[in-house]
Design a protein. Structure first.
Length: 569
């Protein structure tokens, strides 16, 4: 039995089979840590194993057999035994089905947790056959139609089914714990929650919100920084649905008066997704927010952040320094943590010890000691950071500098030869200096330890498939601080809207940046307690490009719209 030390049973199975040398195995694990791609895909893509070998290995372990799916005839009633949302979410195709059992073709290992979920959702025993990935995916598209159509039609069908089953899943006494548990474990509720999660993740959501109000129960999810609303289920189903999420995240479903935090590991379309769950008691029930952490959509390499070349060069230079403080600023959701992670990955070497204090830990990075902040048990930022200094680190990351005590420890660490990364919530790079002074940090300590401040925002990028050029008028140019001569004949762009971007005109986001390098002239202004505006103007004189200017660069290069740049700068 694999020991599952990696969290993925397939890699443990490969290790146990001794099919790969320890060196190739380490190379595989490094690539997985870097890209977040499933081990199965990496084994094949890196040429370490052929797909048929992988299938045979999995089949032998699972006690299953490998089949030729294209040559297998599957009756329509068998296909109808598995909803489209389930087939797509778990990448399964039913091959045979009876009243109490169903045989599913899969291309990857099935964990006990996924097996239990499938038995719950399908309300029958399940067994498995192995088939090639391309064959499973093509059959899913063949039998269940276009992806978006399948999701939307299944959403409508399941909502109707839940409305019909409303009485059986409605909790009449909200203090009856066993009734709540029974409703949360009912098939309609399980199916509905899985479908919501699937649709949100399929649409690249960053977070999912379940919000009970007096007369309605809203479900919204955020894509590229903007919230979209799903068709709401009946209000009486709020408690069972929220309880189902709490069961999945190992929370106490009986506790509805205090906030709780949990975590749901999920496999969607062969991708490992981590959902961070937070509950908040409100006037009309518990509000639940799920943060979607998908390693395959966040590439933790500095080159992938979209920094302009000069900012990239200064940032990589400063993170290589032996000591000092580097701060990333911006509002919530502006990608600050991703930037810091990318910096940590760049300097993560055997000869360096790296420690992070985070709330929460968003991504696990191999070779870095990461500590979860938990005020409930007394593990505050200040307490953890004091312990950090006794752990002899070379580099420390503080999730956020929130108060004077945290700032003082960061400065003390810098003065004693450590490199410190952290974040601050300010509107621009120069504002970080004023914020530290307002906290009570002495200016001379800031000027002697601060190396750089990186201000950033995330703007939505124009959809490549419906990008349309236009000639801006003089009013638009004046708003951006541009003249007609500066623009010349270069067109601006916007997205008309298409099926690829759900008719929005945007798909994905990219960063815009301003980099305040703390040179000697800036240090003098800090020591003299000069206001933010003076520091900002001097930095621009010394060559700093502002967020607005970097946004304009993205407009001229055809990545962003004028509206997005004006909105975020």
């Amino acid at each position: 039995m694999p020991d599952e030390h990696t969290g993925d049973p397939l890699i443990d199975l490969v290790a146990e089979s001794r099919f790969l040398t320890p060196e190739r195995l380490a190379e595989l694990e490094d690539e997985h840590a870097r890209t977040g791609k499933p081990f199965r895909n990496l084994l094949i893509d890196m040429g370490l194993m052929k797909e048929d070998q992988v299938l045979d290995l999995i089949a032998n372990y699972m006690g299953a057999r490998v089949i030729n799916l294209p040559a297998t005839d599957i009756p329509r009633e068998v296909i109808q035994s598995v909803p489209a949302s389930v087939a797509r979410m778990y990448n399964v195709i039913p091959v045979t089905a009876g009243p109490k059992s169903v045989e599913l073709a899969v291309f990857d290992m099935i964990t006990p947790q996924v097996m239990d979920e499938l038995m719950f959702v399908l309300t029958r025993d399940v067994s498995f056959l192995l088939a090639r990935e391309e064959d499973v995916r093509s059959r899913i598209n063949q039998y269940y139609g276009d992806d978006s159509e399948a999701v939307n039609s299944m959403l409508s069908a399941l909502e109707a089914g839940m409305a019909e089953a409303g009485d059986s899943v409605t909790v009449k006494d909200e203090q009856d714990e066993s009734a709540i548990e029974e409703a949360a474990g009912s098939t309609p509720v399980i199916r509905f929650v899985h479908l919501v999660l699937y649709q949100a993740i399929n649409d690249r959501a960053s977070d999912i919100h379940f919000e009970p109000f007096e007369k309605e129960f809203r479900i919204r999810y955020r894509v590229d920084g903007v919230l979209y609303e799903m068709a709401p289920p009946p209000k009486r189903l709020a408690l069972p649905i929220i309880s189902r999420i709490k069961v999945m995240s190992s929370m106490n479903i009986a506790e509805r008066r205090l906030p709780q935090d949990g975590r749901i590991p999920l496999t969607v379309g062969g991708r490992l997704i981590d959902l961070r769950v937070s509950t908040l008691p409100t006037q009309f029930g518990e509000s639940v927010v799920l943060r979607v952490l998908d390693r395959t959509t966040v590439q933790l390499d500095i080159e992938n952040l979209g920094m302009p070349e000069d900012v990239y060069e200064m940032f990589t230079r400063d993170i290589g320094k032996p000591n000092g403080i580097i701060i990333v600023t911006g509002p919530t959701g502006s990608g600050k943590t991703t930037t810091l992670y990318s910096g940590l990955r760049r300097i993560n070497r055997v000869e360096q010890k790296l420690l992070t204090a985070e709330e929460p830990i968003e991504y696990d990075i191999e070779g870095i000691m990461q500590v979860q902040i938990d005020d409930k048990v007394g593990n505050s930022f200040a307490r953890i950071l004091r312990s950090f200094l006794r752990q002899d680190p070379d580099v420390m990351m503080i999730g956020e500098i929130r108060d004077l005590e945290t700032a003082q420890i960061a400065i003390q660490a810098s003065l004693t030869g450590h490199l410190v990364f952290s974040t601050l919530h300010t509107n621009d790079a120069a504002g970080a200096i004023t914020r530290l002074i307002d906290m009570g940090v002495e200016p001379y300590l800031i000027s002697s330890t601060l190396e750089a401040v990186l201000g950033q925002r995330l703007v939505r990028t124009i959809c490549e498939r419906c990008k349309t050029a236009y000639r801006p008028d003089d009013d638009v140019l004046a708003t951006l601080g541009l003249s007609r001569d500066e623009v010349g004949d270069r067109p601006f762009h916007y997205g008309k809207g298409c099926s690829f971007c759900n008719e929005i005109g945007y798909r994905g986001r990219r960063g815009i940046y301003e980099y305040l390098s703390v040179s000697e002239p800036i240090r003098e202004l800090i020591s003299e307690r000069k206001p933010t505006l003076i520091i900002r103007e001097r930095a621009i004189e010394l060559g700093m490009r502002t967020l607005r200017q970097d946004g304009v660069r993205n407009v001229l290069d055809g990545y962003a719209t004028v509206d997005e740049v004006l909105r975020y700068t």
